[in-house]
Design a protein around this ligand. Structure first.
Ligand code: CP
Length: 301
């Protein structure tokens, strides 16, 4: 059975089913009538993903095992694989992992007999972020077919950009990118446009944080907000019904003017709220695939 490492493992039909299940979790609360343990192994900082996985797990009735790498035997040199095997040995039924290595999933592919959920893999993938972004956009527009979606910012270092560009395209959106030269990733097969064109023509404008922690040479772009960011003046030129997304954390005043973070067209905090329902849905979907739970294990509450 496969771990949940990439959105590519799911067909568009399966992703739609996850989004539908998330909607039912948003409308009604269901709990598992079964004791299950889950460990969230975050080797990189996180506020949203870690906490919303934890809320999702607790709303489903799971027992969440505590882990912080700096207070664990990772500090004595224990590897990711041995840490994961340890949690499996002591009774975890599933693991949620974030790690700086792009391909950490490869290390765990063969050796574990419990499912692993990708909560962020280096610069490569962040599939649950993509699911919650798809959910947020679908809530707004119904369908993504033909929508112009522009991802703006530090494309090169962003796992969100890499996961989302492909995900949006699979759902029929016209994907465009916008970045300072230092943040361009030429491996992505989408056109780059200027920030002014992005602001004026997009139905969905997704701003990204400049990820200084992933820059080997600490690239700096002078006057970033004016040159590549969403200023108040650019926001005024956006299409009437266009929405603004950002996976966060946000560098207020860098990629986006601080006053726009909670403006009318912003769905930034809604994205975070939707993350809980999406994570309930993907946990349920994969645990069912593995035969760890079935429909009879749920009770409405
Ligand atoms: N969007 C996101 O992944 O945020 P965190 O790094 O806080 O989890």
């Amino acid at each position: 059975m496969e771990h949940f490492i990439s959105l590519y493992q799911l067909s568009v039909k399966e992703i739609k089913e996850v989004l539908q299940l998330a909607k039912s979790f948003e409308e009604e609360n269901y709990r598992l009538d079964k004791e299950l343990f889950i460990a969230n192994l975050f080797f990189e900082p996180s506020t949203r993903t870690k906490s919303s996985f934890e809320v999702a797990e607790k709303r489903l009735g799971m027992q969440v095992l505590d882990f912080a790498p700096e207070r664990s035997s990772v500090a004595k040199g224990e590897s990711l694989y041995d840490t994961a095997k340890t949690f499996e040995a002591i009774g975890a039924n599933a693991l949620v992992i974030r790690h700086e290595d792009d391909d950490w999933g490869e290390q765990l592919k063969e050796g574990l007999s419990i499912p692993v959920f990708n909560a962020g893999a280096g610069k490569k993938e962040h599939p649950t972020q993509s699911l919650l972004d798809l959910y947020t956009i679908k809530n707004q527009f119904g369908s993504m077919d033909g929508l112009k979606i522009t991802i703006v910012g530090d494309i090169k270092h962003s796992r969100v950009a890499h996961s989302n560009a492909y995900a949006f395209e699979r759902f029929g959106a016209k994907v465009r990118l916008c970045a300072a030269e230092a943040f361009v990733d030429d491996t992505l097969p989408y056109p780059y446009i200027s920030i002014d064109e992005a602001a004026e023509t997009s139905d969905v404008l997704m701003m990204l944080r400049v990820q200084h922690e992933r820059h080997p040479s600490k690239e700096q772009v002078d006057n970033y907000l004016e040159t590549y960011g969403l200023t108040v003046e650019r926001e005024r030129r956006m299409k009437k019904d266009a929405i603004l997304l950002h996976p966060a954390p946000i560098n207020r005043g860098v990629e986006i003017d601080s006053s726009l973070v909670e403006c009318e067209r912003s769905r930034i905090f809604e994205q975070m709220k939707n993350g809980v329902f999406i994570r309930m849905a993907i946990l349920t979907t994969i645990l069912k695939k593995w035969g760890i739970i079935n429909d009879d294990d749920f009770k409405k509450c």
